[in-house]
Design a protein around this ligand. Structure first.
Ligand code: NAD
Length: 295
């Protein structure tokens, strides 16, 4: 299978590296030349536009930062929809179901299959091939790509309806955004009461309050105060906003999602879009006048 990969960022680059490592031919494109050069150093073939990737590959994957970027990569004048070889497009980005349906529609009109396949598991999962991939689109296309998905992690078929996997990913990320924010809030309170941050995380993980936030994100990036988990605050806010948009369309907005969104908007304002999302704790610490230091 001749592959293409567009968007070689925190997630895309390690995924492309795994596909190359498994022996696939991979044509790559990113707006950042240095990212393309780094992939070429690993054996990828460089392309100068998405269309060129789709001229070289039958299966094109993408990991992009927004729905707007995806639409541009697919339908732009140099988009993959104009490629001569492409048969299917696999979108690994989190863009929401509306953007995903627009991508499906644009490609369908040109006889190209589309699978939306957002991922969970972070940079470590992309590195190790332990991502969870949520996939929607034609079942036959999903089946045809099983070996490919196995290189990246575990793929779960969500349904045939375009965009369903995006809805699944957004609700997953709302839960992740909530547990990280509420763990930060609770641990800040504990520090103010005189508790040791490392002891609190140990107890949460041994008890009923443990989540991925306390098991992985806190020990790795918050307690050592490295704030380098690998997911930008701007992307987390994008996902929470997309969740709220989908929930509003469905008339299913609840008070918890709204409160969580407010905390993330504060993080965006105070820490900036490029900060790591584990910095969500910093405005909470500032408001309480304490630091959660587990070094
Ligand atoms: P990133 O910003 O690190 O990478 C995005 C890449 O896309 C960059 O290299 C950028 O130069 C490139 N790009 C932007 N516009 C482009 C265009 N028009 N054409 C070609 N390349 C373009 O982002 P990331 O953290 O790798 O996330 C990518 C996607 O995966 C996002 O949708 C994000 O929400 C999702 N995601 C990220 C994580 C994570 O932990 N980082 C986890 C799960 C899902």
């Amino acid at each position: 299978m001749r592959l293409g990969f567009i968007g070689l960022g925190h997630m895309g680059f390690p995924m492309a590296r795994r596909l190359l490592g498994a022996g696939h031919t991979v044509a790559v494109y990113d707006t950042r030349e240095e990212a393309v050069n780094a992939a070429v150093a690993l054996g990828a073939q460089p392309a100068s536009a998405p269309r060129e990737v789709a001229d070289a590959a039958d299966t094109v994957l993408a990991s992009l930062p927004s729905g707007q970027a995806c639409l541009e990569v697919v339908t732009g004048t140099q988009g993959v929809a104009h490629g001569t070889r492409i048969k299917r497009f696999v979108d690994l980005s989190t863009v929401g179901s509306e953007a995903s349906r627009a991508v499906h529609q644009a490609l369908h009109e040109r006889g190209i299959a589309a699978l939306d396949s957002p991922v969970s598991g972070g940079v470590a999962g992309a590195d190790n091939g332990t991502l969870t991939l949520m996939v929607s689109g034609a079942q036959a296309e999903f089946d045809a790509l099983k070996d490919l998905f196995d290189i990246l992690g575990r793929a779960i078929y969500v349904g045939a309806k375009p965009g369903s996997a995006q809805t699944m990913k957004l609700l997953n990320n709302l839960v992740a955004a909530t547990t990280l924010a509420v763990t930060a809030e609770a641990v800040v309170m504990g520090v103010k009461a005189g508790l040791d941050p490392r002891v609190m995380i140990d107890v949460l993980n041994a008890g009923s309050g443990g989540t991925h936030a306390s098991r992985d994100k806190f020990p790795r990036s918050v307690l050592p105060r490295t704030f380098d988990y690998g997911f930008a605050t701007g992307l987390m806010v994008k996902d929470v906003r997309l969740y709220l948009e989908e929930a509003a369309r469905l008339e299913a907005v609840g008070v918890i999602a709204a409160a969580v969104a407010e905390q993330w908007e504060t993080t965006l304002r105070e820490e900036g879009a490029d900060s790591d999302f584990t910095a969500v704790i910093k405005p909470i610490e500032a408001a309480a006048g304490v630091i959660v230091d587990g070094r």
